[in-house]
Design a protein around this ligand. Sequence first.
Ligand code: ZN
Length: 468
Amino acid sequence: MTRGPTVQFLGAAGTVTGSAHLVRAGGHTVLLDCGLFQGLKELRLRNWREFPFDPAGIDAVVLSHAHVDHTGRLPLLIRQGFRGPVYCTAATRGLVEIMLPDAAHLQEEEAERANRRGYSKHHPALPLYTIGDAEAVMPLLAPRPYGTTFPVASGVHARFRRVGHILGAASIELELGGGSPVRVAFSGDLGRYQRPILRDPEPVPAADVLLCESTYGDRVHAAAADAEEDLARIVRDGAARGGAILVPAFALGRTQELLWLLQDLENAKRVPSLPVYVDSPLAIEVTDLYGRHPEDHDTEMRERMRDNGNDWHGKRVRLVHSPAESKALNRVRGPIVIISASGMATGGRILHHLTQRLPDPNTTVVLVGFQAAGTRGRALKEGAMALRIFGQQVPVRAAVESIDALSAHAGQDEILRWLDGFERPPRATYLVHGEPPAAQALERLVRARGWTVRAAQDGETVALTAEA
Ligand code: ZN
């Protein structure tokens, strides 16, 4: 172990969840992100382990953005003794206040279900954390603006820059003082260029050591214009079929982008005017928050806010608040659009709509995001003839369509474009937040540009130095 500054990769190394990188410098410790492990059981079990450091000994946490795989272990960090500030952008604070209690609620529901059905090895099964644990995070959240340097610990300064991934998402630069100052940059999750609502990713001019995400390091997304054309065709065909167009969508990010695109297509008369229902309490809260952070908005969003205020997403959008209103949608006939969570149809109100409407050949289901193996969304995508929902076999007679290009993550070409923003290559670049094939593909491309780069190994500690 070196005596100078170091970073230890404690999550999202060789995988895409559990983001957490521990920076030690001059006797101080700063944690970049504190994310939940998600997906395979082997990963999820890691959430139950104690942190491999003393949470009480950490000076501060700095968050890149509000997605739960970057923030979802904060309640555990506090339960194990952390009391310091959690620095983030203003919009990230707003989103964390919405997302963490929801994550806790899901954990409580899961424990309750395990107890009811008796499938837990533990009696009684306990949630990973409770809503009370999540609430304990809120007083520690310390918002800071983009583009200004602020102290996070003695001799350690940080700065946020926009990355266009979701509202509030930022890259983090750390300046470590001392004899030979070191600049460390962490990309967080990079977003897309020229997408609606959010400003483009901002370049970071210089860093000695870079931690860069590699989620889609092996893939280039289809052109956005193609995704829009696909959506237009699907909505026109769905309206002609005469039934509901059901869109399972993530409450944060995807729902807001879809609302924007639908409004755009309608304004351009590329799709007929249809009522659009947003049927997810979480998505409604997030959509409202999207309107309240002008510092994140691009020019078009600013114009739309100026002209339409809170109706930035279109006047035809109806927000469905109560479960009773949601059920009442079952009686609505004719072509309508229903956007509802969850994005992979693993839970949430979309299940009621699927149960009601999948057997109807006039229904269209549009899958707009990644569908993980084992989810109902994946089964639909692969042409399942029936889905099991609430213990029933529901026949699938609806038309099923999917659009792959609406990702909130930079594709390979977009990651490289962001890397082009550095005036000279960092001394060392470590790839995080990617499955091995994605990280390896990006590693080859970045090395071909003459950079010193490799994938971060789970648990390893590397030196942070200004010179080789
Ligand atoms: Zn993210």
